[in-house]
Write a protein that binds this ligand. Structure first.
Ligand SMILES: *[C@@H]1O[C@H](CO)[C@@H](O)[C@H](O)[C@H]1NC(C)=O
Ligand SMILES: *[C@@H]1O[C@H](CO)[C@@H](O)[C@H](O)[C@H]1NC(C)=O
Length: 279
């Protein structure tokens, strides 16, 4: 009897922890995609990572290491303001952005939710140009739409989408300076300095072929190839295709309800066990 009671307690605790853990962790998610270490680190330092993880429907506009330079020198408070303007309080993936056509669409950010944004600083504007490019910028009047959508980084439909943009979006006045137009990022260096992903180990080089190389001088350098860099970042497994944008609204509620039910069931189980054991 003791054994089954403790097994039940363990099960209840497991259920509880499943119910209270969010399905995504932006820090872990970004760390699987080399090239965004600086942005990821800034999200943690400014404590925005925790705020992002607490949300259930969110889009993060991430900036690659080699494009983020203009933010790194700012104070932590300014960094937090700027980065929270890169967090959209809705789920946008490529498919949903496809639907905005050439209409200028306004998006609400986490900066707006912070309550300290002036004017339109807490909003972004996005437009899809005729050539198909998608451009983001601050919604502040006169601010340029010059941050180009580069592509998807990761997504858990319809909870979190991480998209890469070509440069930081710095709303006029957000950092106490008027910058018009925003500084152009330096051209990207030939090789991003991102470390190779840990999980991608190059296969051991095959042993050299037996046949002697007769026509080359004896002291020719061995043609052993340098350790090959890992293959280019493979299409991410955690970016499942979004198939049913239109179901998004419908999908929201049952999930939330399910989560509550799980929490409720687990809680009930613990309470019941506690009283059972106390009896
Ligand atoms: C997300 O992952 C980071 C790094 O492992 C960890 O420090 C942090 O506590 C996690 N946050 C949540 C909400 O699980
Ligand atoms: C995912 O989104 C749905 C709908 O908004 C929400 O009910 C659910 O709690 C979210 N999941 C997580 C882990 O945030």
């Amino acid at each position: 009897m003791r054994r089954s009671a403790s097994a039940a307690i363990i099960a209840a605790v497991l259920l509880l922890s499943i119910a209270s853990t969010s399905a995504f962790n932006i820090t872990i998610l970004l760390s699987r995609h080399p090239g965004f270490e600086v942005f990821n680190d800034l999200l943690s330092r400014t404590h925005l990572a925790g705020e992002i993880n607490r949300r259930s429907t969110i889009t993060v506009l991430a900036v690659a290491n080699d494009r983020i330079g203009s933010i790194t020198g700012k104070t932590e408070d300014i960094q937090r303001r700027i980065l929270s303007d890169h967090v959209i309080l809705d789920y946008y993936d490529l498919r949903k952005l496809d639907k905005i056509k050439e209409k200028r669409t306004i998006l609400t950010t986490l900066f707006q939710a912070s309550g300290v944004a002036d004017d339109q600083q807490g909003f972004l504007a996005v437009v899809r140009r005729r050539d198909g490019s998608v451009m983001f910028g601050s919604a502040v009047r006169g601010a340029p739409l010059d941050a180009r959508l580069e592509g998807p980084v990761a997504a858990y439909p319809y909870n979190i989408s991480v998209l890469s943009i070509s440069q930081p979006i710095i709303a006029p006045g957000i950092d106490g300076e008027w910058r018009s137009p925003p500084l152009r990022p330096p051209p990207p260096p030939p090789m991003a300095k991102a470390p190779a992903p840990v999980e991608k180990v190059s296969p051991p080089a095959p042993p050299p072929a037996e046949s002697p190389v007769e026509e080359e001088p004896a002291d020719a350098p061995a043609s052993a190839p340098a350790p090959a860099p890992g293959p280019a970042d493979a299409p991410s497994a955690d970016a499942p295709a979004a198939d049913a944008d239109d179901n998004q609204e419908a999908a929201k509620k049952p999930n939330a309800a399910a989560k509550e039910v799980v929490t409720g069931v687990a809680f009930g189980l613990v309470v019941a066990l506690a009283s059972f054991l106390a009896a």
